[in-house]
Write a protein that binds this ligand. Sequence first.
Ligand code: PHE
Length: 446
Amino acid sequence: MEKRTSFSSKFGMLAAAVGSAVGLGNIWKFPYEAGANGGGAFLVVYLICVLVLGFPALITELSIGRMAKTNSLDACGKVSGRKGWNFIGYMGVFSAFMVMCFYFVVAGWSLEYICQTFASSTFRDMDASSLETLFNTFAYSSRRPYLWLILFIIATAIIVQLGVQKGIEKGSKILMPMLFLIIVILAIYVIFLPNNTEGYQFYLNFDISKITPSVILSALGQSFFSLSLGLGTILIYGSYMNQGNVVGTSLQIALLDTLIAVFAGFVIFPAVFAYGIAPTEGPSLAFIALPAVFAQMPGGTFVSLMFFSLLTIGALTSTISLLEVLTASFADKFHISRQRSNIIATMLVIIGSCLCCYSLTDGSLFNFCGKPLFSWFEDITSDYLLPLGGMFMAIMLGWAVSKEKLRTAMTDFGMKPWFFSIYLVLVRFVTPTAILLIMLRQSGIL
Ligand code: PHE
């Protein structure tokens, strides 16, 4: 087995963790979930979920990783001293695989749209319906999505192969500042669009009557998905973390990730309303409505290029962290080299993603109860598996580790005594109860 590597600097660790968190979840999924779930109402519930559940869950997952210093499969067993808790790790590896299966498909779409922008006559002067045809023809009945997703997977595998420090850290250091810059420019750009007021109203108007159990579940799932929680990516980064303050790091990850998602909303909703496109467009919002927006904007080709580059950069830093979960787990578990483990993980993900991609085509065999495999994987992971993973981690750390041991560890990781008392209540009672209640309520049991 190879020696465990670790991050060379605090910034490297933070950049990699923020890179994992910021991705398609912020820019593709958050706006369409917000659009489909009532705009302002979703935004408020989402922010509460991040603060009350996501932030403590980040602390929990980073701490488990840092205490265990092992792969995500064995971490919970090691920290609690009871192997039975390792089921959380196995569940996480399974979730990471499922997330990658649909995530790479969308990441591939973003690559296609960078190329479409270069052939910029494609977007120019097209209306929403011809852009919809363009998207459907490409995504649902051509071979190109397979090509792009395989390319994306191989690029990810190469970066993961370069190793923790050289690959992930270096990559994030270059990619993250670029990402921030592009989104800020876009948000400023749309302020000057005519007729954008309704977009700001939709996004910022809080209507309490729009909060339903399903809106709450979507917001909870979205917060865990966006923060990369519940499946072991954050745990792995914690295990590579030798220095730095866990609470401070979690706060920075949560703040930056939330800021980007909220900013993405500030880019998309004003623009979408300015051009009369439905915010409830669904998963295709970014790929149908936005090019329509770009097509009508002065300088649209440039904006489009920036937007889809942003999406691709964000997706790449997230897929790196997802593939790392499988690579590190297989290597430690089967005592094989990282390289071999990476190749096995890559092959599995290529098969899974191609199936998800195929499930979107008309008349596909992988369509169950009227829903493609792609959407099943998306809903099952983000609405259920990730929050449940986070819930079990909280129960494990809060109840299976003695209070004194936890206090010592947390103090070592930089947690102030007054915050420890609050954290203990959150991790022992609030996180498990809230997640369980939200799920039972949504499933109609309560
Ligand atoms: N948080 C990532 C995003 O927002 C997706 C992700 C989920 C990455 C879970 C790792 C683990 O795009």
